[in-house]
Design a protein around this ligand. Structure first.
Ligand code: F0G
Length: 352
């Protein structure tokens, strides 16, 4: 029986035999081969989608939160705090409930997807909406956590990165080796740093023979790393990555530089187009921010001065589930047909 990622990968994680593990059996997510997209995009390499939306609260944050809450509990903490664009708060709330700890979350008012908000609330977190953005919220929780001795569970917490690196282990195990390219959305930049750490650890232990190029993508209106300076008012439809001053900025650049990859931007239009393609052609529903990885891949397929070699393996990380953000799904689909309950009328419409 699968017992969660800490149990599975404990030899790579900072726990002892005595550690009481806080888990909802996160991880072990599928790596789905995208043959329809391969055909549509007319490429001669294989595309795989790491569907992280299938974690217990619907995003990759659960990997890190299992570790963060396990350690917070071990260290005797009574409460945890985080700032969030939504997914971190949903995950922190659920894992705190599981661990029996109090959870406080700060969110930018009006700027988080409804599904995520509902999760934080139903798991009984204290939800505080501020009239500021994610970066303002992060600044505040950093201060509060120090002042009031509450454990911070944003990805500045090193245990978060430890948990999240296990996604790379799973990819290597599924493919039999590391992929050649790893496309991934970049927001606060913890996840790209975590994946890179995971790939390096398996390589070092001879559990893989190579390292992938890390291909990170920010949304065009929220691209501080690409611009080289913080953005005061980031803007993007992909609210999960609407961040102007990422905490793991430096380690994201290291991942890019050490791997020979890139950090680049994709526009909201490109993000939404990839979002619809995943749903329409592969049956995979992820949230807009997640499709940044596929949008990045499509951008690089179309780039004249860039070539992804034949027969290589490309992985796109799909970080969160589409059900988190039903509003965007409906806005980006055909309209519902509303007519009276009459068979003849309906037959006329479905007359293919
Ligand atoms: N994709 C989704 C769905 C996210 O929720 C996030 C981050 C990212 C990608 C980017 O990951 O921050 O490690 O670079 N969400 C955070 C949150 C900020 O509060 O839920 P990152």
């Amino acid at each position: 029986m699968y017992k969660g990622l800490i149990e599975k990968y404990k030899r790579f994680l900072p726990i002892s035999d005595k550690t009481e593990i806080v888990s909802l059996l996160e991880g072990n997510t599928p790596l789905i081969k995208a043959n329809n997209l391969k055909k549509i995009l007319n490429v001669n390499f294989d595309i795989y989608l790491k569907y992280e939306g299938l974690n217990p609260t619907g995003s990759f944050k659960d990997r890190g939160m299992s570790m963060a809450l396990t350690k917070a509990k071990e260290e005797g903490a009574k409460s945890v705090i985080c700032a969030s664009t939504g997914n971190t708060s949903a995950s922190a709330a659920a894992y705190s409930a599981r661990a029996g700890l109090k959870c406080i979350v700060l969110i930018p008012d009006g700027n988080i997807a409804f599904g995520k908000l509902s999760q934080a609330l139903i798991h009984n977190a204290k939800v505080i909406a501020i009239n500021g953005n994610f970066d303002d919220a992060l600044k505040i929780v950093r201060e509060i956590s120090e002042k009031l001795n509450i454990v911070l569970v944003n990805s500045i917490n090193p245990y978060r990165i430890e948990g999240q690196k296990t996604a790379s282990f799973e990819i290597i195990e599924d493919l039999g080796d590391a992929p050649d390219y790893n496309f991934i959305p970049v927001g606060n930049a913890g996840n790209i740093s975590a994946y890179w750490k995971g790939y390096k650890e398996y390589r070092k232990n001879n559990l893989s023979t190579k390292l992938p190029k890390m291909m990170g993508f920010e949304a065009a209106g929220a691209a501080p790393i690409v611009l080289g300076e913080p953005i005061e008012k980031p803007e993007t439809i992909a609210t999960a990555i609407k961040i102007g001053n990422p905490a793991s900025w430096k380690s994201a650049e290291e991942a890019r530089d050490e791997s020979g990859g890139v950090i680049d931007v994709v526009t909201d239009e490109e993000i939404l187009s990839a979002y619809r393609m995943l749903a329409k052609y592969e049956g995979i529903f992820c949230e807009p921010a997640s499709s940044t990885s596929l949008a990045g891949l499509i951008k690089y397929i179309n780039k004249k001065d860039f070539e992804i070699e034949k027969n290589t393996k490309v992985v796109c990380i799909l970080t969160g589930h589409g059900l988190k953000d039903p509003d965007n799904a409906i806005k980006n689909s055909d309209e519902i047909i509303k007519i009276k309950a009459d068979i003849k009328e309906i037959e006329k419409i479905i007359n293919f």
